[in-house]
Design a protein around this ligand. Structure first.
Ligand SMILES: *Cc1c(COP(=O)(O)O)cnc(C)c1O
Length: 230
């Protein structure tokens, strides 16, 4: 199957109000171009050194989202063009994003990444930490950022009940924040959950943005890493 046909199949199955972020990390520019030619304009990457040359070599109307752990010292390289950083996981990162967005005279959309998985190594704020940030005026403190919602990754497991529980808990927390702190704020609207293996469960639980890589572009293996820029 071609990238275009997988893309169309995925898009046709999406309910209204759910957008597809095509996660193109480790895949070649030619693969992204194929998806572009099939009408996809929203892409996700998780490494700065890979994203910058892709941004420079691909159509300028692509909307790039950053979806991985972002090192504070690399923010400056993507601040001029990144549409959204979905993986904001620390106060330091908020501060640097706000500072670099200001230098570019831009406002950058962000999602707070929430740790919902059982795995320790995954990044993100706890519910309490995120609520504390919102409660203490995150939007006023960081005027160059637009808080647009939450992002989360479920545990990597075959246990779909566990995944359902994790997505449901994040969805409930999203609704809680929205109704307590964001009534009348149209920006706080995105719940980014769901990847290749669990996006259907995520949609059931209210996802507005699914982030799909493997199901669209195939496996990320050593040869795709080498062929990155071909
Ligand atoms: C890689 C990645 C994805 C896509 O994962 P697939 O399983 O390949 O669909 C989604 N979200 C994040 C944060 C990622 O790092």
């Amino acid at each position: 199957m071609t990238i275009a046909s997988r893309l169309n199949e995925l898009r046709n199955a999406l309910p209204e109000g759910v957008r597809l972020v095509a996660v193109s990390k480790f895949h070649a520019i030619s693969a992204i171009r194929e998806a572009c030619d099939a009408g996809q304009r929203l892409f996700g990457e998780n490494r700065v050194q890979e994203l910058v040359p892709k941004y420079e070599n691909l159509p300028q109307d692509i909307e790039w989202h950053f979806v991985g752990h972002l090192q504070v010292n690399k923010v400056k390289y993507i601040a001029p063009f990144i549409a959204m950083v979905q993986s904001v996981d620390s106060l330091k990162l908020l501060e640097e994003l706000n500072c670099q967005a200001g230098k570019c005279s831009r406002r950058i959309r962000i999602l707070l990444q929430i740790h919902i998985a059982r795995e320790e190594h995954k990044f993100g704020f706890s519910f309490d930490e995120a609520e504390e940030l919102v409660k203490t005026g995150l939007q006023e403190r960081f005027p160059n950022l637009i808080l647009s919602g939450l992002m989360g990754m479920a545990t990597f497991t075959d246990d779909s009940d566990e995944i359902r529980r994790e997505f449901a808990s994040l969805s409930a927390f999203f609704t809680h924040l929205k109704t307590h702190y964001f009534t009348g704020n149209a920006d706080f609207k995105e719940l980014s959950t769901g990847m290749s293996d669990d996006y259907l469960l995520a949609i059931e639980a209210g996802s507005t943005m699914i982030r799909v890589g493997t199901k669209l572009f195939g496996a990320r293996n050593a040869s795709t890493k080498q062929a990155l820029l071909l």
